[in-house]
Design a protein around this ligand. Structure first.
Ligand SMILES: Cc1cc2nc3c(=O)[nH]c(=O)nc-3n(C[C@H](O)[C@H](O)[C@H](O)COP(=O)(O)OP(=O)(O)OC[C@H]3O[C@@H](n4cnc5c(N)ncnc54)[C@H](O)[C@@H]3O)c2cc1C
Length: 268
């Protein structure tokens, strides 16, 4: 069985800065990290491997420096890592990103004997783009079932049984045959730290294989900017309005004043 884990490199800060002229993220001088949800995806893949046996393959699409997050995945215990990097992939929206990830997965599967025995694990969302669309779109590209927002996972033969969080509070239990794609929530596990020997191996023994557009032979109209159906018109950080109002008077007067303020702010 093969388990593909999709990993995105994201800015390691809670407040991103935006270039107002180009509507793009300012990445200079900002440390990059593995998208936190993707660490949960790696942890789940490694747990499945330890329990049932599997080959765990990490894939990321991004600029050359995204190799760093793949090294970290290798250090955690992932078997193989692939970086999809090419100027032709730049400017991809979620649709072009998922298409590019899908052709890489198809290429890796084509080169192995296990073409239908696989699981794809994504994070529920990326902390920068935050659309949560890449997982579902990737499943559509691969024409496999998808289950999003998974908080519990079990594998039984080639069947998966998962708990999916529905409307933030309800939980539904879903069963699916493999191949399938799931996207995971942080509640699913606690990601392990890489060991010292894992880090040494990741940088000395293991390799990150680069796939460019020539290697993937994509439909050129489906990658990068030309494959992107969406266009960012404006990107901005919502202004924070922090105002403290101290209400004075008797309990009744304070309660009346509070209700009035809440009504004025259209909260009540
Ligand atoms: C017109 C347009 C232009 C853009 N141009 C750029 C650009 O030039 N550079 C840029 O960095 N971003 C660009 N973006 C943002 C880019 O589309 C998204 O960051 C990307 O497609 C992932 O979407 P997301 O962050 O919402 O991920 P989500 O859908 O929230 O991510 C969910 C999960 O999908 C997987 N995943 C997501 N992205 C990747 C990836 N790249 N590799 C592997 N797995 C992944 C991860 O498992 C992740 O946890 C652009 C977006 C638009 C609309």
């Amino acid at each position: 069985m093969k388990i593909f884990v999709c990993i995105k490199q994201v800015p390691g800060v809670s407040e991103v800065r935006i270039n107002p002229n180009t509507n793009t993220l300012i990445r200079e001088g900002i440390p990059s990290i593995t998208n936190p949800f993707d660490k949960n995806a790696i942890e789940l893949a490694l747990t499945i491997k330890e329990k049932h046996g599997a080959e765990v393959i990490a894939i990321s699409m991004g600029p050359p420096q995204a190799e760093e997050v793949l090294r970290e995945a290798l250090a955690m215990g992932v078997d193989r890592a692939f970086l999809l990097t090419d100027r032709a992939f730049a400017g991809a929206d979620t649709l072009a990103t998922s298409y590019t990830l899908s052709i890489a997965i198809k290429k890796i599967l084509k080169e192995s004997k296990e073409r239908r025995n696989y699981l794809v694990i994504c994070g529920a969302q990326a902390t920068d783009g935050d659309t949560g669309q890449v997982g579902p779109e990737l499943a559509e590209e691969l024409k496999i079932p998808q289950i999003t927002y998974v908080q519990k996972f079990e594998l039984n033969e080639n069947k998966i049984i998962v708990e999916r969080v529905f409307r933030s509070e309800e939980v539904v239990i879903i069963e699916s045959r493999l191949p399938a794609l799931i996207s995971v929530l942080k509640e699913i596990n606690n990601p392990r730290y890489p060991t010292t020997s894992g880090i040494v191996d990741a940088y000395s023994k293991k390799e990150v294989v680069h796939f460019d557009a020539e290697a993937l032979k994509p439909n050129k109209s489906k990658i990068g900017l030309s494959g992107s159906m969406t266009e960012v018109w404006k990107i901005f950080i919502p202004e924070r309005k922090e105002e403290q109002i101290v209400l004075k008077g008797s309990k009744e007067e304070i309660a009346k004043e509070l209700c009035k303020n809440l009504k004025n702010d259209k909260i009540l």
